[in-house]
Write a protein that binds this ligand. Structure first.
Ligand code: GLA
Length: 383
């Protein structure tokens, strides 16, 4: 508590905490970081919201429960700044929510078949929380825990580091894992996410970020008119439980082909076995391998009416594109809006689902002495 107060005061003196700008042409704000109390957990611990603002007037709000991006304000082609991610108005929404809005997901983003895997000859059983499978780290994943937050001062950009120490055995995973996630809001209107993880025993680690984007500026609109391009030729087809078959398949000529920018709604209702299983798009694309382990463009999401363009960069091998198929109006989000079917979509950079059981997929084993790293950048511009 004392420590975070000191850091906070130091931050206030470092950054001018200008008011939120609603118009880009208005007086240019300085980059800033503010901290407010967002709520209290049932055990009494306080949850904070950090507001990062850049000079272009973009703003990202992050809470340290789930290391969650709660809102993200970016301009349209006329400079109108609006929120483009789904979320809740209050902490209770995040405590009760089941959709992973804006959270860091882990230890393993997406599914592990039957929640079981072998490592160094030992079988581990993880929590089963999605049919007969393990999903997004289990019942209490990284999205449902309180992270320690530190404002990073040695940068020109507002920058927040969150850290969570996951105890040995949590949700069935071996090893004590320490994960640091650093959010930076740059002057290029990028939300940059740097991950760094370590362990004290051999384990697996594959975290991801789970924002639901809707670039229209109104969460009552669906995302079906957004144009999506994915830098991939192949995807991993799945079984009925959304576990990849041990196969990498060409997307060419199928509704999975996003090599050229295509409206999400154009083929989502096609008669297609994979779309039927996913109830829409809920698949992993195999990002072009040429630059594997280096940050390269993974996807572009364009919304023609607003002109907003989101470009995703990552060093990860895969991208899970989920078209918000499970949203059904039960989640009451910001400003009391009930999020209806396909009013948000996720672009989750990660290793492929069920990798520990698929030796041919790029592996995610982490051993003591090694450092897990990931960088994923969500860059906003207009066209
Ligand atoms: C991921 C999964 C989906 C779904 C959502 C959360 O993207 O692939 O099947 O579980 O998260 O609702």
């Amino acid at each position: 508590m004392m420590r975070s107060c000191i850091i906070y005061l130091a931050t206030l003196s470092l950054f001018y905490t200008g008011a939120c700008q609603t118009n880009r042409k208005a007086q240019t704000p300085m980059p800033s970081m503010t901290k407010t109390v967002f709520g209290k957990l049932p055990d009494g611990r306080e949850v904070y919201q950090y507001t990062l603002t850049n000079q272009a007037g973009c703003k990202v709000q992050i809470i340290n429960y789930g290391a969650t991006v709660r809102s993200l304000y970016v301009p349209d082609r006329n400079g109108k700044i609006e929120d483009v991610v789904l979320g809740y108005d209050n902490l209770q929404g995040y405590i009760d929510g089941t959709a992973y809005f804006g959270a860091i997901v882990g230890r393993y983003g997406n599914r592990i078949g039957k929640g079981r895997f072998q490592l160094d000859g030992k079988t581990y059983q993880l929590t089963i929380n999605d049919g007969e499978n393990h999903l997004h780290g289990g019942k209490v994943g990284f999205n449902k825990v309180l992270w320690d937050a530190t404002v990073i001062r040695d940068t020109d950009n507002p920058c927040l580091r969150l850290q969570y120490v996951s105890p040995d055995g949590e949700e069935g995973y071996p090893g004590t894992v320490t994960l640091k996630v650093t959010y930076t809001l740059t002057e290029k209107n990028e939300v940059r996410i740097d991950y760094e993880g370590t362990t004290d025993k051999p384990t697996i680690l594959n975290p991801t970020h789970h924002s639901y984007f809707n670039l229209t500026g109104a969460f009552t609109n669906t995302i079906l008119g957004h144009l999506l391009l994915i830098e991939a030729n192949d995807f991993t087809p799945v079984d009925e439980g959304l576990i990849p078959l041990d196969l990498i398949m060409s997307a060419e000529g199928t509704p999975m082909d996003f090599h050229n920018a295509t409206a999400i709604g154009a083929r989502i209702s096609n008669q297609d076995e994979q779309l039927a299983i996913g109830k829409g798009y809920d698949h992993n694309w195999v990002l072009t391998r040429k630059f594997e382990n280096r940050i390269r463009k993974a996807a572009e999401l364009y919304e023609p009416a607003s002109g907003r363009l989101l470009t995703v960069f990552t060093d990860q091998p895969g991208l899970q594109f989920y078209s918000g198929n499970f949203l059904d109006g039960t989640a009451k989000g910001k400003n009391g809006i009930a999020y209806q079917h396909r009013t948000g979509l996720c672009l989750e950079a990660q290793a492929f689902p069920d990798t520990p059981n698929k030796p041919r997929f790029p592996q995610v084993t982490l051993r003591p002495g090694q450092i897990y790293r990931q960088t994923t950048i969500y860059q906003f511009s207009t066209r």
